[in-house]
Design a protein around this ligand. Structure first.
Ligand SMILES: [Fe+2]
Ligand SMILES: [Fe+2]
Length: 235
């Protein structure tokens, strides 16, 4: 079984799928997921010491480097799809999963919750939803690459999906400016969560299926319904 097949094994729609087998498949995987956990760290601790210094620099360095790698992988994947180099695209898709699994995980388990006191819950929920969408889009890219021969239409579809993920990379990178406001201890907790995520090193799909506490199904279903309403001219 290929790496991609292993990664998506639990996400394959069941034979008794409803109208949308893909949604049905996601239901199976995510039905038992719990709501996101409460913030584990709080920003703006006035008793703490300013985050400026080596710990902050360590964080900003690895944060930028991981975003660079994900950015470059997405752009290379876009190029491979454009040239319909299927083998290269499959390798890059697998690389995307390897890079974004631990990265999304430490963001969700430590970074994003720690930013609630600064941004409020609504914006942080938006960031979680961006991850939901990136997971679903990455799964769809896998479906595109699963065909025997990559047609121009399918390649274009894959390229659109890559472009949908790309803005989150720069949006996420911008959060570093707010991490500057945190204490050293708060940043150290985030770095520790990152270390743990990298130690366990679950790829994007394994993490989403086996370890993520949040379901991406609700976001996916809302997006599908909004698209259908728009297509029908409801809004
Ligand atoms: Fe990020
Ligand atoms: Fe993110």
């Amino acid at each position: 079984m290929s790496g991609l097949a292993v990664a998506t094994a639990g996400l394959v729609p069941s034979s008794d799928a409803g109208q949308d087998p893909f949604i049905k498949g996601l239901c199976i995987v995510t039905a038992t997921r719990k709501a996101p956990t409460k913030p584990r760290v709080k920003a703006g601790d006035k008793n703490g010491v300013s985050g400026t210094g080596p710990v902050l620099n360590d964080f900003l360095t690895v944060f930028r480097e991981e975003h660079r790698e994900i950015r470059d992988t997405l752009l290379a994947l876009y190029d491979a799809l454009d040239k319909r180099r299927k083998k290269r695209a499959i390798d890059l898709h697998a690389r995307l999963g390897e890079l974004s699994g631990p990265h999304f995980r430490f963001e969700e388990e430590a970074l994003y919750p720690s930013l609630v006191p600064i941004y409020g819950k609504v914006y942080i929920e938006h960031m979680f939803q961006e991850h939901d969408r990136a997971i679903v889009d990455a799964l769809h890219i896998g479906t595109v690459l699963g065909v025997k021969r990559l047609s121009a239409t399918e390649a274009t579809r894959g390229m659109r999906l890559v472009r949908r993920i790309l803005p989150h990379v720069s949006d996420c990178e911008g959060l570093g400016i707010m991490v500057e406001l945190m204490t050293r201890d708060q940043i150290a907790i985030i770095l520790s969560a990152r270390d743990s995520a990298h130690k366990e090193n679950l790829g994007l799909f394994e993490w989403a299926r086996d370890a993520r506490e949040r379901s991406f199904h609700d976001t996916y279903q809302r997006d599908v319904q909004a698209t259908m309403r728009q297509a029908a001219g409801v809004n």
